[in-house]
Design a protein around this ligand. Structure first.
Ligand SMILES: Nc1ncnc2c1ncn2[C@@H]1O[C@H](COP(=O)(O)OP(=O)(O)OP(=O)(O)O)[C@@H](O)[C@H]1O
Ligand SMILES: [Mg+2]
Length: 450
């Protein structure tokens, strides 16, 4: 490696003064121009640098050209559709995508549905929905790129969840498929709840389905005292048929029902069965929930999903609170005036059916009984002999003789027996009416555990 030789070998040639003179017109400026010419033309460094420069700027031009063209192509050939997490179709779409067969994705996220049944058993279901990131699917022959993004900075303060969007991109000519896809997703969601009742619970400022849709509870399975079920059902049906009447008179189209009575008498069960009978869903709101505020209650009550019954459980919880300051200093619980305002404010062109329940009607302020807030009030009490008999026959069909004996013995106890207690006894003695009769004494103790 001979550096000096290499350097001298590549060194620029000396200037040819003769040539300079010949090439120029003899003036100083002419000679200078000619000199510049020689330097640039004869110098390999300049030649190489210039080449690189031209190549570089050529590439840069090509690059920006490609970017521009691809931008143009993107605009001309591709379309995208954004579904924000606020939108109803967002959850439908994720569920649909979880079940879609032609997809390739390496980012999954798990959604756990946890349901506690009336009998205390728990079932869980995991569905693997597409997680944040890119996914490719084929839908009706078209490729679609799906991008689920989480906005890390923006947080929904009330629910504590990040805002998200899903963006679908496909070829412009396939844009009509978006509509098909959304309606497929919606149909899937509707089919899943066909013949079922969807229970919504509050999730921050919005209503979200709680677990999977439940099989409808049948009305005959709830045993109330004679005539109660029929009269409520008749009243609700009449209300639902009279929308025009309310509209013409300028009356808010809503009706409030209050079911009051001891625990375990079937209030909640009846409302669920009624929803099933009417083919309605249920929005359950527990007023004793710790972080529920007046504002949130008002917002939720004014944004109920369509065809839903609003169920306010334990409304007495709002009556012992005058102010909204929690122990730790933050606001919690609903105040009495907050509840009244929310009830009065419900203004929707659709019908609003509100059911309220309480174990302590004596704690309710008379102001809640004003028509428009509560229009219909029913006492759902402990089991009457009629109900005891009906419950027995529900569990042991055809056993009339034993039924009579059981009713007689249960009445002789002279105790307040709830229908939930009866259910407990009959479930324990499944298929064995004689044993149920033998154990009738246990009904004296409401908290008896078998
Ligand atoms: N009248 C009834 N007919 C049929 N089942 C009933 C009846 N009452 C209670 N049960 C059963 O008892 C359990 C509790 O009933 P439910 O939750 O409806 O009572 P509730 O009146 O709402 O009680 P609470 O006032 O404590 O909320 C359910 O499993 C339900 O099936
Ligand atoms: Mg209840």
């Amino acid at each position: 490696m001979d550096g000096s030789n290499g350097a001298s070998g590549n060194s620029p040639p000396p200037f040819d003064l003769e040539k300079l003179r010949k090439d120029s017109d003899g003036s100083m400026s002419g000679m200078a121009t000619s000199l510049l010419h020689q330097v640039v033309q004869g110098n390999p460094y300049f030649a190489a640098g210039g080449g690189l420069m031209i190549l570089g700027s050529g590439l840069a031009l090509a690059r920006s050209g490609i970017i521009r063209i691809s931008g143009l192509l993107y605009r001309q050939l591709l379309v995208d559709m954004e579904i924000p997490s606020k939108d109803k179709s967002y959850l439908w779409f994720l569920e649909w995508m979880a079940k879609h067969p032609h997809r390739s994705s390496r980012h999954l996220s798990v959604e756990t549905n946890f349901i506690q049944h009336d009998n205390g058993s728990v079932s869980t279901k995991f569905s693997l929905v597409p997680g944040p990131g890119n996914h490719l699917i084929r839908y009706k022959g078209a490729f679609m790129l799906i991008k689920r993004e989480r906005s890390g900075k923006m947080l929904d303060m009330t629910s504590g969840t990040p805002f998200e969007t899903v963006t679908l991109t496909t070829l412009y000519r396939d844009r009509m498929l978006f509509r098909d896809l959304l309606s497929d997703a919606k149909n899937l969601a509707v089919k899943a709840k066909d013949g079922k009742t969807v229970v919504f619970t509050s999730w921050g400022p919005e209503w979200r389905p709680f677990g999977q849709p439940k099989a409808k509870r049948l009305l005959p399975s709830v045993i109330l005292d004679k005539g109660i079920k029929d009269s409520i059902l008749h009243d609700v049906k009449e209300f639902l048929q009279n929308g025009r009447w309310y509209l013409e008179r300028g009356i808010p189209y809503r009706r409030g029902y209050l079911l009051y009575g001891p625990p375990g008498s079937g209030k909640t069960s009846f409302i669920q069965a009624l929803a099933g009978e009417l083919d309605y869903n249920i929005c359950i709101m527990n007023l004793s929930e710790a972080n529920l505020t007046d504002d949130r209650l008002n917002h939720l009550m004014n944004n109920i999903p369509e065809r839903s019954i609003l169920l306010l459980e334990d409304i007495d919880a709002a009556f012992n609170k005058r102010t909204q300051t929690g122990e730790k200093g933050f606001q919690s619980g609903v105040t009495f005036s907050g509840l009244l305002n929310a009830l009065d404010g419900v203004a929707s062109s659709e019908e609003t059916i509100t059911f309220m329940t309480t174990n302590h009607p004596e704690l309710l302020d008379p102001a809640i009984m004003r028509p428009g807030r509560i229009d219909y009030k029913v006492f759902v009490g402990n089991a009457t002999p009629y109900q005891v008999g009906q419950m027995f026959m529900k569990f042991y069909p055809g056993e009339e003789k034993y039924c009579k004996e059981f009713v007689k013995k249960a009445s002789a106890l002279n105790a307040s027996i709830s229908t939930a207690q009866l259910q407990g006894l009959f479930v324990f003695n499944k298929d064995n009416p004689e044993s149920a009769i033998r154990m009738v004494e246990t009904l004296k103790f409401p908290n008896h555990v078998f």
